[in-house]
Ligand binder design. Structure first.
Ligand code: AMP
Ligand code: MG
Length: 420
């Protein structure tokens, strides 16, 4: 039996990406970028209005400058408000409207003293203007002039290059592409990014007691829930799994099914048949099929009889049949392995919170993973009857890990929760 950390180390050391290819933006969610992406433009690419309003000169406004507004304006080199020693600005009573600037057009007229131009959000701020007053802070006078009605204003300009400069790294290689990541790729024109190849993953459930979920189980039978669960977990990683159904527990059927699974996949995930039962033939058959077994027992609860092996460029997991074990081991071991195979270092979402109740368990030589929920910033255990009790995980918002040697934790002690 090896420790959880040893098992994880073996998995991560074994997994290396097996190639890259290009994909379209539309098919990039969940893919892992292979190359660094640099921006080909400044962002914003021009001084851009942040509001609908009027572009004008700060020195024309009847306002008292706030310190932060002064600083912001001070960053704009060629436009400075002319202020009295008391901090008041010189101003005109109202502004002459000299034009209208829609988004997407280049303004043709610079703004002179006492002038303004109506401007839309996202439009280019014209020469001469250093401020955009919000339309809500203005009124149009009967003669068409514009009067500023507030006491103060922000510049309301997104300055050229303030977010990103041309040549800046916007997404490093190894990043998991998220929806905001896709927005970034689109904004820099990276329309066919180079991504790591996805492994072909196949799933087999083993057990003479199993029937397909659409069947009514006969006496001593249960429905196969692991295959659906594993395929869904893979789906959350944007991996489309090949479901190879159920194998009975006979040596012949298992041999044929595992042989098929190895031939059709880069990573084969089996559930069931790996513990100490009379008909747990999976490890022996893997050896017969030339699979080198790298571990087959981990000091973890649930999930002790977890097997991992490789054959040529392919890999195989044998997960314990109990649905909670299969779920948990996928989350904590298979998932980081698959991500590493795709060039991504996975770190689970963790938050550190106080326990809401005292926690006790029997002395154990295994690390335990337990389902928990969070209420008002504290952690509570979900009612959990053991590794067959998959219903407990419906209510679980996360898992906590209780380390080997720990039997007691007190209410209020801080604990990492791995969010699900
Ligand atoms: P095993 O790991 O094959 O000894 O199975 C352990 C327990 O998990 C047994 O109670 C099995 O009936 C149950 N089990 C195994 N495979 C599945 C599956 N695919 N779906 C639901 N339960 C399963
Ligand atoms: Mg079995």
């Amino acid at each position: 039996m090896i420790s959880f950390n040893e098992a994880l180390d073996i998995l991560l050391a074994t997994a290396t990406p097996f190639g890259t290819g290009r994909c379209s933006l539309a098919s990039s969610p969940g893919r892992i970028l292979a190359d660094d992406i640099l921006s080909d433009v400044d962002m914003p690419p021009f001084n851009k209005s942040a509001v609908d309003g009027y572009a004008c000169r700060i020195s024309d406004l009847p306002l008292v400058m706030k310190p932060d507004v002064q600083t912001r304006h001070a960053a704009v080199p060629s436009h400075t408000a002319s202020r009295t020693p008391g901090g008041e600005t010189r101003h005109a009573a109202s502004l002459q409207m000299v034009g209208i600037i829609p988004a997407g057009t280049v303004p043709t007229h610079p703004i002179g003293p006492g002038e303004c131009a109506k401007i839309m959000t996202g439009a280019m701020v014209p020469e001469g203007a250093d401020t955009v007053i919000m339309v809500e802070d203005t009124e149009e006078l009967p003669d068409g002039r514009i009067r500023f009605t507030a006491d103060t204003t922000a510049p309301n300009i997104c300055y050229k290059g303030e977010d990103i400069r041309q040549g800046d790294l916007v997404l490093p290689g190894g990043s998991l592409i998220s929806p905001p990541g896709i927005a970034v790729l689109a904004s820099v024109g990276a329309v066919s990014p180079t991504v790591y190849k996805q492994p072909k993953v196949a799933v087999i459930s083993t057990g003479d007691e199993l029937v397909d979920p659409k069947e009514i189980p006969g006496p001593a039978k249960i429905r196969n829930s692991n295959s659906s669960q594993l395929i869904a977990q893979l789906g959350q990683m944007h991996l489309e799994a090949l479901g190879l159904g159920i194998s009975g527990d006979s040596k012949e059927e298992l041999y044929a099914k595992i042989d098929e699974g190895l031939a059709k996949s880069d990573v084969l995930i089996l559930s069931g048949g790996v513990s100490m039962g009379e008909y747990d033939y999976v490890p022996g058959i893997m050896s017969q099929l030339g699979v080198e077994i790298l571990f087959k027992s981990i000091a973890i609860q649930p999930g002790r009889p977890t097997l991992f092996g490789r054959r040529g460029s392919g890999f195989v997991f044998g997960l314990p049949g109990n649905p909670v074990s299969s779920f948990v081991i996928f989350e904590i071991l298979v998932k980081p392995f698959l991500f590493k195979l795709m060039g991504h270092t996975y770190s689970p979402p963790l938050i550190r919170l106080p326990l809401g109740v005292d926690f006790r368990r029997k002395k154990s030589s295994r690390k335990s993973m337990l389902p928990v929920f969070i209420r008002e910033g504290e952690i509570f255990p979900v009612d959990y009857h053991g590794s067959a009790h998959i219903h407990s995980y419906i209510k679980a918002e996360g898992m906590i890990s209780i380390e080997i040697g720990t039997t007691e934790r007190k209410k209020g002690e801080l604990q990492d929760v791995r969010l699900l």
